[in-house]
Design a protein around this ligand. Sequence first.
Ligand code: PLP
Length: 307
Amino acid sequence: MPSYAFFHNEFVPLEEANLGVMTNFFHYGTGVFEGIRGNWNGEKQRIYLFCLKEHYQRLQRGCRILKIDLPYNIDELCRITVELVTKCGFKEDIYIRPLAYKSSETLGVRLHDLESDFLAFAFPWGPYLPEKARCCISSWRFPGEVPREKLTGLYVTNALAKTEAADNGFDEAIMLTTDGYVAEGSGENLFLVKDSQLVTPASYDGILMGITRDKVMALAEAELGIKTTERHVDRIELYTADECFLTGTAAHITPVAEIDRRRIGNGEIGEVTKRLQQIYFNVIRGNNPKYLSWCTPADKKTPVTEV
Ligand SMILES: Cc1ncc(COP(=O)(O)O)c(C=O)c1O
């Protein structure tokens, strides 16, 4: 099935959306990206975009940091995304990659005196991690003193961590802060279950404030009566947790079976993790009327003005 991109203010076939080799963004990582999931609901025959607005709010924050003048406001970005997904017409789970970037074909390390542009494309994407992930603590630490939005240039540390993990036979890397506290996975936030309560690293641990993290905390409290404590987490606490799972747009809720070759719990999907997964997967596919406001349907049945 052909895919499309929103590129230079119009919808074009994906293969026609190409950037020039001198584009500033390529050379210095001067871009801000997002990852948005479109979840296919077979019964309703439609795709639901999860937390569309929140993703563009975060993109906007990143653009402020990098002095990128977004040519569209948040409502326009949401409408562009719905139109893009509708045009693609996929009938399966998809991933949308919006990118705001310094588009001038000019070299020189700076943020000023450069033009900005925005693009987005969508493609089918199934599970990002295995059903149960085997993780290791990375030797790569996320540098402190840098802003934690989705700035493309910052992801080189995450890429180093992920490949180190893969080279050593693991599915995912867990990065520590420069102080040695647990931060997050290369593309996910992390939760522990301890005595039936949830614990997760706090914003002061330099993590990306994940949208899935936020929604999982809300669902745990509202649906299971489980509160989450946001605090420093020691590496050793990971080894003795009752359960551990990762959250992220790509990874959804992925149980962690093993960390540094130590089994977490009994190595199977824990009870709390399982219940949260069930609730979450229902919500993101638009099957729970209580949380429909988190989901934007993207198809010809959605009047673009309602997005
Ligand atoms: C480093 C990192 N942490 C956490 C997350 C999870 O964030 P979200 O749930 O908003 O996708 C992501 C993915 O976007 C990420 O790249």
